[in-house]
Design a protein around this ligand. Structure first.
Ligand SMILES: Nc1ncnc2c1ncn2[C@@H]1O[C@H](COP(=O)(O)OP(=O)(O)OP(=O)(O)O)[C@@H](O)[C@H]1O
Length: 251
């Protein structure tokens, strides 16, 4: 479904990602893990078109993504969340989620001003209610981000990412900063989305979550892929164990 081929990224003299190849298959949860500085976020940013690689390509359902700008990937059915929440502080939860929905239409801005506008609004409202019910934030729709806990804000961000009904979801550290219960909630949400047929690429540090939820895991270290397989295969891989033990000894 998503194909990353021989991607290399350098920042000045530093090679952050080196000749990375990975394929994400349809309908699964695929995690990308590795110690700090391994190159995960850089690769994620190549996939989401924020960073241009010096070499290599990314394609989705056999169409190249290389000519797209970050805000255009949604038109291909791909959506993302951010490591540091990027919600609009001046908008309530409803409007924040709506900002993800509008993307479905802004290819044709005249639509918003046409007589179909009321149809758009009722369709959007229905979808936002459906999504907020699913994510249990229906009673927060009129709240502003500043009044909400971090765990709820993460769910609002997921709501905004899925309101446009994308097929591929890219989650950048969704559990970062969450407590145990909030992390379990995020895990349940990801399972729910997978059961609805979504494909998820997850960058995450919480190993417990990754091991429990992933169908497949790719491990990076110093910009390169060092292992790939099921959670069990990766968990038993000697090089992976060495890299993670090294990290905890250095911590
Ligand atoms: N904009 C940038 N300019 C220069 N160097 C960068 C930039 N972004 C990342 N790097 C470097 O590239 C390497 C890979 O960083 P990256 O953030 O992709 O790793 P990561 O695996 O996501 O780490 P973490 O788990 O800590 O988020 C690191 O050495 C980092 O310092």
């Amino acid at each position: 479904m998503l194909e990353v081929k021989n991607v290399t990224v350098s920042f000045g003299g530093l090679i952050a990602v080196k000749d990375m190849t990975m394929n994400v298959k349809k309908g699964i949860i695929h995690s990308l893990i590795g110690p700090n500085g391994a190159g995960k976020t850089t690769l994620f940013n190549v996939i989401t078109r924020v960073i241009q690689p010096v070499k290599g390509s990314v394609s989705y359902e056999e169409n190249s993504l290389m000519d797209l700008r970050p805000e255009q990937i949604i038109y291909k059915g791909i959506s993302r969340t951010f490591q540091n929440l990027q919600l609009f502080s001046g908008m309530n939860v409803y409007d924040n989620i709506l900002s993800g929905y509008i993307h479905n239409y802004d290819k044709n801005i005249f639509y918003l001003f046409s007589k179909n506008r009321s149809h758009f609004e009722s369709e959007a409202r229905e979808r936002i209610l459906e999504i907020s019910e699913l994510l249990q934030i229906k009673n927060r729709l009129s709240s502003y981000p500043a009044s909400l806990s971090y765990g709820i804000l993460k769910r609002v961000e997921i709501a905004r990412a899925i309101v446009s009904n994308p097929k591929l979801l890219l989650f950048d550290e969704p559990a970062a900063g969450l407590n145990h219960n909030e992390t379990s909630e995020i895990r349940d949400i990801m399972r729910l989305l997978k059961n609805q047929g979504k494909t998820i690429l997850l960058v995450e540090h919480d190993m417990n979550l990754v091991m429990k939820i992933s169908d497949r895991i790719t491990v990076m270290s110093f910009g390169e892929k060092i292992a790939e397989g099921t959670p069990e295969e990766v968990g038993n891989n000697e090089e992976v164990i060495k890299v993670y033990l090294g990290e905890s000894e250095n911590a």
